[in-house]
Design a protein around this ligand. Sequence first.
Ligand code: DC
Length: 221
Amino acid sequence: MIIAIDGPAGSGKSTVAQLIASRLNFKYIETGSMYRAVAWKAQQAGIDPGDTERVAEVARTISIEFQPGAERQKVMVDGEDLTPVLKTETIGRLAAIVAANKAVREIMVAQQQNMGQNGNAVMDGRDIGTVVFPDAEKKFFLVADQKERAQRRHEEIKAKHPEVTFERIYEQLQQRDYEDENREVSPLVPAKDSIRLDTTQMNIDDVVAQMIEMIGPVHSQ
Ligand code: DC
């Protein structure tokens, strides 16, 4: 069984997806971190993120693996744990450019299909229900008001980065939404058969409980 969870940045996808995966004892595949990993590696090699050929070469040679961690799952890139590094806003910005690269998307989508081929996986991203697993048994599309999403992100980072204002986060989120929704290749759109869940007024536990109920009984394969 594949559970696809798509939606814009800050909609709570990865937190929810990780919780659902651990509740159901499924694999969790966070596809956004794969685009982030390619962006990071290109940056390390001094490659311009807009250089489609060279970035595609990075995507062809990179090794990305997910490993269980104490609290959160770890993202191993060429054998190195890059989990915290990949989460930064700088890498997020570069990842948005890299994710618009057609060749990179083809390589990443093939890897994601490979990772999920044995079933029982929760996969989150932007195009899981539309492109990666159009036949996924359950598809969710999580949304939340832009201001609420910016607020959540601000709450998350303000202790560590008091210098980052709400206004700045809100601006970056608007920009990210625009890029994700307007790129030529696989723009962010809900799959026609996805369940749309507006999480603006909901807390994480309620979202997870509601989704688990909608998923229903899970058969092991
Ligand atoms: O979810 P995230 O912020 O970690 O994603 C990073 C970037 O990658 C973001 O610009 C959207 C893009 N992305 C994508 O295009 N397709 C996916 N399946 C996952 C992420």
